[in-house]
Design a protein around this ligand. Sequence first.
Ligand SMILES: *Cc1c(COP(=O)(O)O)cnc(C)c1O
Length: 382
Amino acid sequence: MIPYGKQNISEQDIEAVVEVLRSDYLTQGPCVPEFEKALCELSRAEYALATNSATSALHIACKALEVGNGDIVWTSPITFVASANCALYCGAKVDFVDINPDTFNLCPKALEQKLEQAKRQGKLPKVLIAVHMCGQPCDMQVISALGKQYNFKIIEDASHAIGGRYLNENIGNCNHSDITVFSFHPVKIITTGEGGAALTNAPELHKKMLLLRSHGVTRDPQLMDQAPDGDWYYQQVDLGFNYRMTDLQAALGTSQLRKISPWIEQRQKLAQRYTTGLSQLPLDLPFELEEASSAWHLYVIRLHDASKRKQLFAHLRQNKINVNVHYIPVHLHPYYQALGFQVGDFPVAENYYHRAISLPLYPGLSDSQQDYVMHSLAEGLR
Ligand SMILES: *Cc1c(COP(=O)(O)O)cnc(C)c1O
């Protein structure tokens, strides 16, 4: 079986985790701050906060930006449900901006039109969550300019995009957003088993997320509304969660992060190989924007003929190629339909969905395996 994505664990990674098992701290020891420092060095953000998943990072990012009852959060319909659910957790409403058919990312033009309309209706979003689909960065310059014009905050859901670049800068630097979120689920670029991170350049957002990650409890007397009873004293100053990453996970993360550059290079090479090898088939192939360098989390092909997708998918699975579809548009899930969304609301996203298949792509996928995937694809399309 060739999976669509796969983690890469070395003896060094295993050693790093075993070392923690033999140490004094399994959680809240030295490894989490070390991992956070390494994330800051990679991304050039001022602050990084490791969490137990990207989903929890998105939740506390929304909380830190004061998303609550009566607020509206916008995101892309072509994403994992977590990018939208985080707003619902906060009691806010969710709406979507249709995608650009070439980049699969939310379309800046559609965003601008929707903002004009929302302004007239008094329904402007408080936060926009920009998802870097497949690792290809969104047009952050335009999005951040619109954010200033219409007064909304920006979270980058960079779950696919760690190691990528935009305008010659590393993803995660938050130069065009308030907070950036990474995921370290095993199918993503680097893994901690489960895990995520929220990065920011704003000290007050970092402070808020730090509290929310751990029960809203502090030991810092400056944050308390009364003097500590004694040295044991801690105080709950907000309603937080337990979203902490363990030291076991952080040690794995730091070890994995050392290999990110060669891994991204390998992903780029594999993507290029697909693009060359599949160019003669009746498919729309992904490409890289000039101003960006994709982390290539996913390589998504789109069939010219949507009616053949089911059969091609089955053919590839029969050939032990574990292809997948990313994603079912969020608004088409029954839970979101019950909130009032309908088929046809975001036609570009729906058209994308009906034609899309994600091919295997991960460092360690051999040339011969990749040739086999391409051969099976050509066969399935005949
Ligand atoms: C994987 C993913 C998430 C959720 O990540 P977890 O770490 O599994 O919580 C959120 N958004 C996108 C776009 C993802 O791909």
